[in-house]
Write a protein that binds this ligand. Structure first.
Ligand code: TYM
Length: 333
């Protein structure tokens, strides 16, 4: 059976983009693949984190997976730092990754800001750790949002570099799965910017734990233009906010973009926003409530993570032993 690996950083403010771009797709794929879903806490510390906040966010992301319908009896759910193989393989792969490949990564440029020399080495080598996450399990498929595409291309290049260096077809080249109509959910304040956990304005995103009133308020306040909704795809040209809200509607309603356009052709934003808010609340409300319930009594989540770590280690350890053997690490008996 083909294997899926994917993950989310526990950096707070899980939002609608994380849900529609990633988690919801995982739920749909979980019975067709052997699935490993990670909470990538080692990636989170590439930028400063408050230790207690990081632990709380790690549980919250696990709770989001479970509340959204990822079945922990069927899938492996764990946090990255519980499996040492991620860091160990990242080192091996880092030794095969030319700096030139990393210099092309746009996300580093965005996150490092203006003072590149002050950015941490971990932030720079972030995509190598991500490649290690996937390759440690020899995953064949990686369901993610659009923004991870470049990192996944690099993961494929790194897998190829390892295979060439050791003259074996050891790692499969992992396939990105960028699925649905909301692969890049944009900010509610600016349709040209990605919805993100780190945007200082909470009005830019819908958090998975927002209550119904907050969701409705954020959608009501979402930026729009003065025209009515278009009656064709061509009518979306240069209207990024209209495009984003229609795509969110389509994704939440599980219909395609054309059907969403047809439903609201010529309508005013006010009426459309009411329908969108009702839909968003009906989808996210029960998930957010379940997340809060799980986080309030974390023993259940912790037990799932502990079991997940064991299962993940059972897959990872033999792979790492094979890799060390190929690379030439002596294992004195
Ligand atoms: P992260 O934590 O930024 O995002 C988690 C997932 O959510 C998707 N996503 C979005 N999708 C649509 N619209 C958006 N606005 C939006 N924002 C985020 C992301 O594409 C992602 O699928 N590097 C990864 C975490 C990672 C990983 C991995 C993923 C580490 N190792 C191995 C897959 C495989 C990240 O920072 O995701």
């Amino acid at each position: 059976m083909n294997r899926i690996f994917s993950g989310i950083q526990p950096t707070g403010n899980l939002h609608l983009g994380n849900y529609l771009g990633a988690i919801r797709n995982w739920v749909g794929l979980q019975h067709d693949y052997d699935c490993i879903f990670c909470i990538v806490d080692l990636h989170a510390i590439t930028l400063p984190q408050d230790p207690a906040g990081l632990r709380a966010s790690t549980r919250e992301v696990a709770a989001a997976y479970i509340a959204a319908g990822v079945d922990p009896d069927h899938c492996t759910i764990f946090n990255q730092s519980t499996v040492a193989g991620h860091s160990q393989l990242a080192w091996v792969l880092g030794c095969l990754t030319p700096l030139g490949w990393l210099n092309r990564m746009t996300q580093f440029k965005e996150k490092a800001g203006k003072q590149k020399d002050m950015a941490g080495l971990g932030l720079y080598s972030y995509p190598v750790l991500m490649a290690a996450d996937i390759l440690l399990y020899k995953a064949t498929h990686v369901p993610v949002g659009e923004d991870q595409k470049q990192h996944l291309e690099l993961a494929r290049d790194i897998a190829g570099a390892f295979n060439r260096a050791y003259g074996v077809e050891y790692f499969p080249l992992p396939e990105p799965q960028i699925l649905g109509t909301a692969t890049r959910v944009m900010s509610l304040r600016d349709g040209t910017k990605k919805m993100s956990k780190s945007d200082p304005s909470d009005y830019s995103r819908i958090n998975m734990t927002d209550d119904a009133e907050t969701v409705a308020l954020k959608i009501r306040r979402a930026k729009t233009d003065p025209l009515p909704l278009p009656d064709s795809v061509e009518g979306l040209a240069d209207r990024p906010e209209a495009e984003n809200l229609l795509d969110i509607y389509a994704a939440l309603a599980s219909i395609d973009r054309d059907a969403a356009i047809a439903e609201f052709a010529g309508a005013q934003f006010s009426g459309f926003k009411e329908k969108l808010a009702d839909l968003a609340v009906s989808v996210l409300g029960p998930i957010g409530a379940e997340m809060k319930r799980l986080v309030a009594a974390p023993d259940h989540v912790d037990a799932i993570l502990a079991r997940g770590a064991e299962r993940a280690n059972a897959v990872a350890a033999p792979h790492l032993a094979e890799i060390y053997e190929m690379v030439g690490m002596l294992r004195p008996q």
